[in-house]
Design a protein around this ligand. Structure first.
Ligand code: BDR
Ligand code: CA
Length: 364
């Protein structure tokens, strides 16, 4: 009798364990904070996390950057709808960077600081849609089936972290306004965040949007400085030092299309700037920035080189506004440690991204 009860208890425990994890592995809880676009790169970064069996995507928070927050929110909803991930909440966040009138003064600012090697300046150069609904209708010609949650992204971050103490990885693949305001409004969440994985900064090389700065951190340098100076348990940074080493070529694009098969986002991939460019010119190359963040969260063993430094962001309006700074020794007071990733195993990265297992749509 005693033996039977022990065996029964063992079975119950095994069952509970197997249903709470994937193949014995606990799922990584991830909150994605993004200046969302369709397909490459933020959209694919989101869908890769949504389709990863070892990840639980707790939500997607949006803000302006690459696109206006209205457009980004519409794109996030549409791509989740298309992928069948309608249970993943989307929370709409910041419209503007912290420094006032950045959008109004951008033309002058550009004359003042000059351009880097990328032309793209996202919402700094785009007309703002009236609402996320208007943006959705304009882009997709129909009404959405999902809608954002009835809570601001900043509050959503705070609540999600408090509800999952010590467990949430924040994947910060856009400007850092939502995260900065969350830690300012609720400093108690800082030690509760498991880690922050950023796509941002250019530390040991030139920027892209200006000669000094990378786009995400340049868009809102004040916010970026607040975020990276927060004493998080762990900060992992994928800056241009890594992202511009991983070159996206036509062969990868073809493999990717094969992997996604008839996944409903296929048409978005083909219509995207990267997709159109590859289809016109087989020698076209692109970068894949934010997708690398999702990939190293799914499989941290992809990282082959990194350096540990104290980091900062220059928020003094001037030629180096938004520049990422790394201090191996004698850092400025208030800066925090981070691991800056400088290389990944690119072959294994492309194998992961082009694995059809991630592109089945809604998880079973
Ligand atoms: C970053 O800016 C955006 O264009 C990309 O999505 C990426 O997050 C690259 O500088
Ligand atoms: Ca982005």
């Amino acid at each position: 009798m005693q033996k039977n009860i022990t065996a029964l208890l063992l079975c119950i425990l095994l069952f509970a364990y197997s249903t709470s994890s994937h193949a014995g592995q606990t799922k990584e809880k991830v909150l994605l904070d993004s200046d969302m676009t369709e397909a490459f790169d933020d959209g694919i970064a989101m869908l890769l996390l949504a389709g990863a069996p070892n990840v639980e995507l707790l939500g997607v928070t949006t803000l302006s950057g690459n696109s206006w927050v209205e457009t980004g929110t519409a794109c996030a909803l549409r791509q989740l709808e298309e992928g069948g991930y309608t249970d993943i909440p989307v929370a709409k966040g910041l419209e503007y960077p912290l420094r006032p009138n950045r959008h109004d003064l951008f033309t002058l600012e550009r004359k003042f600081v000059g351009r880097g090697h990328d032309y793209w300046v996202g919402s700094l150069d785009l007309k703002e849609p009236a609402s996320w609904q208007a943006a959705y209708k304009a882009v997709y010609g129909q009404n959405p089936t999902m809608k954002p949650v009835d809570r601001h992204a900043v509050q959503f971050i705070i609540d999600t972290v408090r509800a999952n103490p010590g467990e949430v990885t924040i994947a910060a693949i856009g400007p850092l306004g939502n995260l900065a305001l969350a830690v300012r409004m609720a400093p108690d969440i800082v030690p509760l965040i498991k880690r922050v994985v950023y796509m941002g900064g250019a530390f040991f090389q030139q920027g892209n949007v200006t000669p000094a700065a990378e786009f995400n951190w340049y868009f809102d340098p004040e916010a970026a400085r607040i975020a990276v100076r927060s004493p998080f348990r762990e900060q992992l940074v994928l800056g241009l030092d890594l992202c511009e080493k991983v070159i996206f070529r036509a062969e990868h694009y073809d493999r990717f299309l094969k992997a996604i098969g008839d996944h409903p986002v296929r048409k978005m991939v083909r219509a995207s700037f990267a997709g159109q460019s590859f289809e016109k010119d087989p020698n076209f190359t692109f970068f894949i920035w934010d997708v690398l963040v999702s990939a190293v969260i799914i499989d941290p063993s992809l990282i082959t080189e990194s350096v540990e430094c104290f980091i900062d962001v220059n928020d003094q309006m001037g030629l180096s506004y938004g520049q990422g700074l790394a201090y191996p020794v004698e850092p400025p007071l208030g800066t925090q440690k981070a691991r800056i990733v400088t290389a990944v195993d690119t072959e294994r990265f492309w194998n992961l991204l082009c694995d059809p297992g991630y592109w089945k749509g809604k998880k079973q």
